[in-house]
Design a binder for this molecule. Structure first.
Ligand code: PEP
Ligand code: MN
Length: 355
């Protein structure tokens, strides 16, 4: 993929890019008050949902088109860029008509290839030229997320970013949506130029979790943050537990520790060389272990002995785990490693037996 920067003119290229604003546009006054407070705190990209995908019918489903007019007013009076979610062709057409600068595809839409394709086609037809951000689908399916990104890319959009908002689970103990950090990390490995933006608001679901989730995203080298901010969170019409005032947002952002990625990489070179060497040694040792294991397999075959001798395996496992613990290793980790090695040994011995 050949991607272009999502940074619009005047937006600082320093990490993190911040997009902030209420979950939903509710009234013209709420939108203007929040926007003015945010711009006063140095934020220059404003988000607000105009059409809200709600789990159950009967709730507040967004103010619709009139909210787009208020967004235009925000843009005109504060100079901020404006961003909203689109879920249908019609949303794209209306958003473009109202000069929305940045569009995002929500998590409930990203799961549906038909819906994403409809949006991608509309982006092409309307010749939308701004950044398009694609949230992870609600379910932890990396290929589906990449598929949505590819659909938008194939429509000719080059300013693409990914928003990590976490993944739905039945058991919502701590997080509203589980982070499953390895999924966006793998996405970044697959598409290295793709900017990654974290959405701690929808991930945490509670305002108390926002600061630590922002810091984690920064420590994992994310490019930006999209955070829900409302002038009066307690009165918000949607997602009120996770919204914070512009002042609190500013406080959280000032406390963030942004580590210098280049600097650390240089200093790490020597240690990484040592790790490479150790990994090579590990490979050589494992290969040697498997060779010996095969020889044992051959012996067992010649003497008509069974491949698996449970008692010996249990003894070995317990002994090794004790030894590992004495060396300061984690017992559960060592058990996983040894079990994987043992499983492969058995597989190889069965192969010998069948030759
Ligand atoms: C939102 O950003 O307000 C939203 C609805 O988020 P998500 O699609 O991540 O649930
Ligand atoms: Mn929300």
């Amino acid at each position: 993929m050949e991607l272009e920067s999502i940074l619009l003119p005047g937006v600082s290229s320093q990490r993190p890019v911040i997009i902030a604003g209420p979950c939903s546009a509710e009234t013209e006054e709420q939108l203007m008050t929040t926007a003015k407070e945010l711009v006063g705190n140095g934020i220059n990209i404003f988000r607000a949902g105009i059409w809200k995908p709600r789990t159950k019918p009967g709730g507040f489903e967004g103010v619709g088109t009139e909210g787009l007019v208020w967004m235009q007013r925000v843009k005109k009076e504060t100079g901020m860029y404006i961003a909203t979610e689109v879920a249908t062709k019609n949303h794209v057409v209306e958003a473009v008509e109202h000069e929305i600068d940045i569009l995002w595809i929500g998590a409930r839409t990203a799961v549906n290839p038909f819906a994403v394709q409809e949006i991608a086609d509309a982006l092409k037809e309307t010749q939308f030229d701004g950044p398009v951000l694609i949230k992870n689908p609600v379910n932890p399916d990396l290929e589906l997320w990449i598929g949505a990104i590819e659909r938008v890319y194939n429509a000719g959009i080059r300013k693409i970013g990914a928003i990590h908002r976490g993944f739905s689970s039945y058991d919502k103990k701590i997080y509203r949506n589980l982070p499953q950090w390895h999924i966006p990390i793998e996405l970044k490995r697959r598409i290295p130029q793709l900017p990654l933006i974290s959405d701690p608001s929808h991930m945490g679901g509670k305002r108390e979790l926002i600061a630590s989730l922002c810091q984690q995203a920064m420590d994992l080298n994310y490019d930006g943050l999209i955070i829900e901010s409302h002038c009066d969170p307690e009165q918000a019409w949607s997602d009120k537990e996770q919204q914070i005032t512009p002042d609190i947002l500013s406080y959280i952002l000032h406390l963030l520790v942004i580590r210098d990625t280049k600097q650390t990489t240089e200093n790490l070179t020597e240690l990484r060389q040592q790790i490479d060497q150790i990994d090579n040694d590990l490979l050589a040792i494992l290969t040697k272990r498997m060779r010996i294991s095969k020889e044992i397999g051959q012996y067992k075959k010649e003497h008509n002995m069974p491949v698996l001798q449970t008692q010996r395996y249990d003894e070995i496992l317990d002994k090794r785990i004790c030894e590992a613990k004495e060396l300061g290793m984690d017992g559960a980790f060592m058990k996983t490693v040894l079990e994987a090695i043992h499983e492969e040994s058995i597989r190889q011995q069965i192969e010998v037996l069948n030759q």
